[in-house]
Design a protein around this ligand. Structure first.
Ligand SMILES: Nc1ncnc2c1ncn2[C@@H]1O[C@H](COP(=O)(O)OP(=O)(O)O)[C@@H](O)[C@H]1O
Ligand SMILES: [Mg+2]
Length: 68
């Protein structure tokens, strides 16, 4: 896709939510809601994001929105 036709571009986008540790042992737990996402959305196009509940659709959409 040519650069001037790109509306949104994401490279290696990850969103991790740290959780409260239940113990002091081991690394703190984290929810990897999005991990290593790459996408290009062309101007004037429709982009559908499909996946099961909890797969990270809303988190990805928010990350793209706030990064823009
Ligand atoms: N603020 C948050 N804190 C911790 N975990 C979260 C938070 N928001 C979403 N998650 C977790 O991230 C994962 C993806 O959630 P979400 O983006 O809402 O998925 P979808 O929209 O596809 O149902 C789920 O495991 C969800 O529980
Ligand atoms: Mg959702």
């Amino acid at each position: 896709m040519s650069d001037d036709n790109v509306l949104i571009e994401a490279r290696d986008l990850s969103v991790h939510f740290p959780l409260r540790s239940k113990t002091i042992f081991g690394p703190p737990p984290v929810v990897k809601a999005c991990e290593g996402v790459n996408l290009d959305i062309a101007k004037g196009s429709f982009f559908g994001l499909v996946g099961e509940s909890g797969s990270g659709k809303t988190t990805l959409g928010r990350a793209l929105f706030y990064a823009g």
